[in-house]
Design a protein around this ligand. Structure first.
Ligand SMILES: [Zn+2]
Length: 76
């Protein structure tokens, strides 16, 4: 399964202050992003999916900290 995720639309992200690297709430936005992805992964794993690839599709594509992502998934 391939999952592409953008910061806009993540639960709890309400404006640009949480999506820009130079913005005050960016770290909170990153935490919310990986939290949503991990929640989705739990659902996917429950279905028995064996291979999962996650693409961080926001901006520079370096928003998700690899160590915070469920280890069942590979991160692009
Ligand atoms: Zn984006």
């Amino acid at each position: 399964m391939f999952i592409s995720v953008d910061m806009e639309g993540i639960s709890g992200i309400v404006d640009g202050s949480m999506t820009g690297k130079d913005q005050p709430d960016y770290q909170k936005g990153r935490t919310l992003m990986v939290s949503d992805v991990n929640a989705a992964l739990e659902g996917v794993l429950a279905l028995g999916e064996a291979e999962i690839v996650v693409c961080d599709a926001h901006g520079s594509m370096t928003n998700i900290e690899p160590e915070e992502l469920n280890r069942a998934a590979a991160l692009v």
